[in-house]
Design a protein around this ligand. Structure first.
Ligand SMILES: [Ca+2]
Length: 265
């Protein structure tokens, strides 16, 4: 009975030694939980990749270059536990949280890029395999909408915890309900469009501070009025609307803001 215990202990000891060896060592040792990466290019993975990552991990990967150098970061493989709003396991770069199979591609940092990986206390998965490299040239543009290949709208969020969009019902009467759509603007913009998808077709929509593309059906795009297109990052956009319906009451099931999916709370 003692041997297996000893075996486990030796295994743990070996892991500690390996971890200690890895600390401060330059880049790309597969399976490190975070570290500082100084090479011109390299690879980072979740701990233990391609085997399942352990639970309760919080790994910070700091990729550094000189202040005038840009760093490009992208993911080749992503297999994290998926959760609505990515509240369980997630990878975060530049304030964007992804989970499930949502791959980040071509995220840029100037001089430094911080990548965080978190796993909670239940359910493991194989994790991520991502690469970085220093880049030169003038084609640099940080475009959140171009950095994601979303497998679904649940595999993504913009801040922690999931508070980026809420639909708050204020009134309800036969065949109608009135709600506020509350969005925390993820990125400064001079114009906006919000695509709303309902679980059931709606028969009428009334909205006052946005122009609806249609007032019936399951999908509606709301665009800004001339006076409220300008929105700072983090500002709160509250849109009052009334939906009419026949039959089953519709609910907002997903939405995008300027093309990027937002989680719903
Ligand atoms: Ca988990």
């Amino acid at each position: 009975m003692k041997r297996p215990t000893c075996g486990v202990l030796m295994g743990e000891l070996l892991k500690v030694v390996l971890l200690l060896t890895a600390v401060g060592v330059s880049p790309g040792v597969m399976g490190d939980c975070g570290g500082t990466y100084l090479d011109a290019k390299g690879t980072i993975t979740s701990p233990g990749y391609p085997n399942n990552y352990p639970m309760n991990q919080l790994c910070v990967y700091t990729i550094k270059a000189s202040p005038d150098t840009r760093i490009k970061f992208w993911c080749e493989e992503m297999k994290l536990q998926e959760s609505v709003g990515c509240t369980k396991d997630w990878l975060m770069v530049n304030g964007v949280y992804v989970c499930g199979k949502t791959k980040l591609r071509d995220v840029y940092g100037q001089g430094e890029l911080k990548v965080e990986f978190r796993s909670d206390n239940k359910i493991k998965a194989p994790g991520f395999l991502c690469h970085y490299e220093r880049v030169t040239g003038t084609d640099y543009e940080e475009q959140l909408t171009n950095t994601l290949t979303a497998s679904s709208t649940t595999g993504l969020r913009y801040d922690a915890p999931c508070e980026c969009a809420k639909v708050i019902q204020k009134n309800e009467w036969r065949g109608n309900f009135q709600s506020d759509l509350v969005i925390t603007v993820p990125k400064a913009t001079t114009s906006w469009s919000i695509c709303l998808r309902f679980s059931q077709p709606i028969s009428n929509l009334r909205v006052w501070i946005a122009n609806p593309s249609t007032t019936t059906g399951r999908t509606v795009t709301l665009t800004n009025k001339s006076y409220n297109g300008n929105q700072a990052q983090g500002s709160i956009l509250k849109i009052d609307f009334i939906v009419s319906y026949t039959g089953v009451k519709p609910a907002v099931t997903s939405l995008t803001f300027n093309g990027s999916p937002l989680c719903l709370q």
